[in-house]
Design a protein around this ligand. Structure first.
Ligand SMILES: [Zn+2]
Ligand SMILES: [Zn+2]
Length: 313
């Protein structure tokens, strides 16, 4: 199923963009405008251009966005060209989908429509399934069954079975408790290969046991999936037909509380970022610079700390 309901916001660090599109192929990816501006500032400075950038990014419609871009082109065509090469879907609100940044009613309507579409997608999927398990569970259970065929079973005439496998693995299955000593059955709710081997052994010996799937927890059944998605979301009329609320209360925003202390401005750094640029003794290092000794031409120390490494070593 698609992951289109995710949106990522990044500072365009190398590697993040390909990584996100790999893991969430249909997710939206937005760049943090502050970081775009940070890069822009290296070449194009000034409040005026900064404000124009902001106006482009926050324009809610494509024509508005384009007219603001036109303003930029008139001011500085090199900046216009530079901005053009960043796909607008990543930084301009006019090209964003989703409802995160919309008013609350629009946002709720977006979610309601999303649910309607989602239920339809799942219904279509279910109609293509034969059961008795869901497609993913069927796949997993088929693997278990193909492995189970390689096991031999010894019955102790009560509820317990000893199961021997080709990889000298020997486990105990308790059919009464529905457990196996490999613990997979209890943990996943899906019988392990040992339990499936026992199920077949029971069937062969004339014990009425049912298909191995009947031992699989109900959470993996197609019927359960159907039940989860059986409710529907009602379609509703457009806003112009909505009846004004008779509720007499006017909702006011909560009182603004001034927080104690100076507001933090620095971005919170990740753990690995914190250690960057600091040497073992806690002092700052000149990152990226490799020093070369002027005396012995060796790298990694300077002439002050030189003791003729190259000659000695
Ligand atoms: Zn097992
Ligand atoms: Zn040296």
């Amino acid at each position: 199923m698609s992951n289109s309901n995710f949106t990522f916001i990044s500072d365009r660090q190398k590697g993040i963009i390909p990584a996100i599109s790999k893991v969430f192929p249909s997710a939206e990816h937005r760049y943090c405008l502050r970081h775009i501006h940070e890069n822009m500032r290296q070449k194009w400075r000034g409040e005026f251009l900064k404000n124009l950038l902001w106006k482009c990014a926050s324009a809610t419609t494509i024509p508005k966005f384009e007219s603001m871009m036109e303003e930029i082109r008139k001011q500085d065509s090199t900046l216009f060209d530079w901005l053009k090469q960043i796909p607008p879907k990543h930084w301009a609100r006019a090209y964003f989908t989703g409802a995160r940044d919309k008013p609350v009613i629009t946002c709720l309507e977006y979610i309601r429509e999303y649910m309607m579409k989602r239920i339809l997608v799942v219904h279509k999927l279910i109609s293509k399934c034969d059961g008795p398990l869901t497609p993913n569970a069927t796949k997993a259970f088929n693997t278990i069954k193909s492995e189970a065929s390689q096991y031999t079973v010894i019955w102790n005439t009560s509820n317990k079975y000893q199961v021997n496998g080709p990889w000298s693995d020997q486990r105990v299955v308790d059919v009464g408790q529905r457990t196996c000593s490999c613990r997979r059955w209890e943990l996943t709710g899906m019988p392990c290969k040992h339990a499936v081997a026992v199920n077949w052994n029971m069937a062969v010996n004339g014990i009425e046991v049912g298909i191995p799937e009947s031992w699989v927890s109900k959470v993996y059944w197609l019927d359960t999936w159907k039940k989860v998605y059986q409710s529907t979301v009602n379609p509703i009329n457009g806003k112009d037909l909505w009846i004004p609320s008779t509720c007499p209360t006017t909702l006011l925003p909560p009182k603004h509380h001034k927080q104690i202390g100076r507001p933090k401005k620095k971005r919170k750094k990740a753990v690995d970022e914190l250690n960057q640029g600091v040497s073992k003794n806690g002092k700052m290092v000149r990152a990226g610079n490799t020093i070369t000794c002027t005396l012995c031409k060796d790298i990694g120390h300077n002439k002050r700390t030189c003791n003729g490494q190259r000659q000695n070593g």
